[in-house]
Write a protein that binds this ligand. Structure first.
Ligand code: SF4
Length: 551
């Protein structure tokens, strides 16, 4: 599993071949009405040959004078779990002059094979035939997937090599809240931060026949737009969505998506807390909280009323004041639900909250401790104590849940043997309360956090540590961990400059395996060792790019 370094405690997994995949953490958007949208299952005659959307509900099949491809550079399974991707699809299809079709990374790319040319899910139209390509990207390693997907479709991955007749490539999504420089060589324009705030601007650009020349003007006129060919490394500040645009609603559901046949909904945005490793922390993304009524009304919309399951997603779902009211409303409507982030200190003494979770079908209590020991949780400003985590495990046992799952970041600055010993001891104690699983994720320092300059623990040292933990916990605790090798690639993309994006393109051209990435980085480092930490240096030297929350 790939573990997000925020409070999101569900994430699509990594395929068996260890290819990179994506976290679920969404930046979402406004919900216009959907004139003419069909929420029915596609009729047999509408089906895309061999497409993955046969079992999907909520597909929008529209044609219009301007047609854009909305790309998610990962598989359909992962894309279907991104509410941000769904929000943009929904919003663009609300415009009568526009049709937005989706495209995803073919499954073959996950098995090391060269993917076939990519076609849209709705009409099997080749990607290169669209008027523009919009990309929703959530995770560093998907930069390589994006390059692979474009080149497989006959579109040059590097913007400077792209034919004038090729569709412009516009990138947005959660990754743009962190280090965007590696996207620079690929994108014609990047929408920074919460892209739902820019949807009207992007829609205006699209309906006037999208061109690269118009993108440059857009970047001059509108905040939050980065044109790498124009700005270089001087990345403008990010957009932040207004609270009155929430809740953000999904458009489709499918049993083939990572979270199953579930309608996703994001009630609140941002987080009120200050954890030092996290890019969603309060100084960067203050909490925006809609009234409960708005969320309850959303549950009564046809697309939610017809769904048996609702997924409440977001970075800080259990910190949203009216969350219990929303869960009760879902239960009253006969629904079960999933929740993407729960804090242990919201659960340990709140029987009512935990009873609601159980009544809504929640069966594994999943929380993040985010550090190996109490000392480190304190240093990270996590605000959680061991008693909160133990209390949540006891709550899971009280209501009869199947078990307790805890996400832990290892390799945080100053972590020592005593911290790891405490993690082992605590995990064993948890396992005496209920069935326990822990998922370990190597710490990756992120831009725009106070730990931006922290070191990344060497891969060999991480692997040793993970093996030792696993050996000590034996069969009493189910231990899973992210690959330290891929965490290193993520680190390089989190900290590198635009040349790092060219590394991603090179690695994608050579098949995207770890060896291809490693060789491409070795070449880059031989040319310019300072590229490893280029992003923070660039951020500091360009006042246009606020290093929000970095101190
Ligand atoms: S800042 Fe918020 S979202 Fe990030 S880890 Fe802390 S509690 Fe979770």
């Amino acid at each position: 599993m790939k573990v997000p370094q925020d409070c999101t405690t569900v994430s699509p997994g990594v395929p068996d071949n260890g290819s990179p995949t994506v976290i679920l953490r969404d930046t979402l958007g406004a919900q216009p009405a959907l004139p003419g949208a069909s929420l029915a299952r596609p009729r047999p005659t509408d089906r895309t040959p061999d497409g993955p959307i046969d079992r999907e509900v909520g597909t929008l099949r529209r044609r219009a004078p301007v047609e854009v491809a909305l790309v998610y550079p990962n598989t359909y399974r992962v894309a279907g779990s991104s509410l941000g991707f769904q929000v943009i699809y929904r919003a663009l299809n609300a415009d009568p002059g526009l049709a937005c079709h989706r495209a995803v990374l073919p499954e073959q790319a996950q098995t090391g094979q060269r993917p076939p040319p990519v076609r849209s899910l709705e009409f099997a139209k080749p990607l290169a035939d669209y008027d523009a390509i919009l990309v929703s990207i959530a995770y560093e390693l998907d930069v390589g997937n994006l390059a692979m997907l474009l080149e497989a479709s006959g579109i040059a991955a590097l913007a400077r090599d792209r034919a004038p007749t090729a569709p412009p490539v516009v990138v947005g999504g959660p990754l743009t809240t962190s280090n965007v420089l590696p996207i620079g060589p690929i994108a014609d324009l990047v929408v920074l931060g919460e892209a739902d705030e820019a949807i009207d601007t992007v829609r205006g650009w699209l309906t006037e026949q999208p061109s690269r020349a118009a993108l440059a003007q857009l970047a001059r006129d509108v905040p939050g737009m980065w044109v790498p060919a124009l700005h270089g490394d001087a990345v403008p500040g990010q957009l932040s969505v207004r609270g009155d645009r929430l809740p953000a609603l999904g458009q489709w559901r499918s049993p083939d998506a990572e979270f199953g046949d579930m309608m996703l909904l994001e009630a609140s945005r941002g987080c009120p807390r200050y954890c030092k490793f996290c890019v969603v922390r309060a100084p960067v993304a203050p909490m925006r909280e809609p009234e409960l009524d708005r969320v309850v009304q959303a549950l009564d919309r046809p697309e939610y009323a017809s769904a048996a399951r609702v997924g409440f997603v977001g970075a800080a779902v259990s910190d949203w004041g009216p969350i219990k009211g929303a869960l009760r409303a879902a239960i009253d409507r006969g629904k079960t639900f999933g929740i993407s982030s729960l804090r242990a200190d919201r659960l340990d003494e709140d029987d009512e909250f935990v009873d609601l979770l159980y009544a809504g079908g929640y069966r594994t209590m999943t929380v993040a401790s985010d550090a190996a020991s109490q000392r480190l949780r304190g240093k990270m400003a996590k605000g959680l104590r061991e008693r909160h985590l133990m209390g949540a495990a006891l709550q899971a046992r009280r209501v009869g849940m199947r078990g307790f799952k805890m996400y832990v970041i290892v390799g945080l600055p100053d972590e020592g043997d005593a911290d790891i010993a405490e993690l082992v001891d605590f995990s064993l104690r948890l396992s005496t309360v209920t069935r326990t699983a822990i998922t370990l994720s190597p710490f990756v320092p992120k831009l725009h956090t106070p730990l931006c300059d922290a070191p990344f623990e060497a891969e060999g040292s991480q692997s040793d540590k993970l093996r030792r933990i696993q050996a000590k916990l034996g069969r009493r605790v189910d231990v899973r961990f992210d690959s330290p090798k891929w965490a290193w690639i993520e680190y390089r993309l989190s900290q590198g400059g635009q040349a790092t994006g060219e590394v991603a393109v090179e690695a994608a051209r050579k098949g995207g395996a770890f060896a291809a990435w490693k060789a491409a980085f070795a070449e880059l480092d031989a040319r310019d060792p300072s590229e490893e930490r280029r992003a923070a240096a660039a951020a500091r030297s360009h006042s246009l790019w606020p290093v929000m929350g970095a101190r």
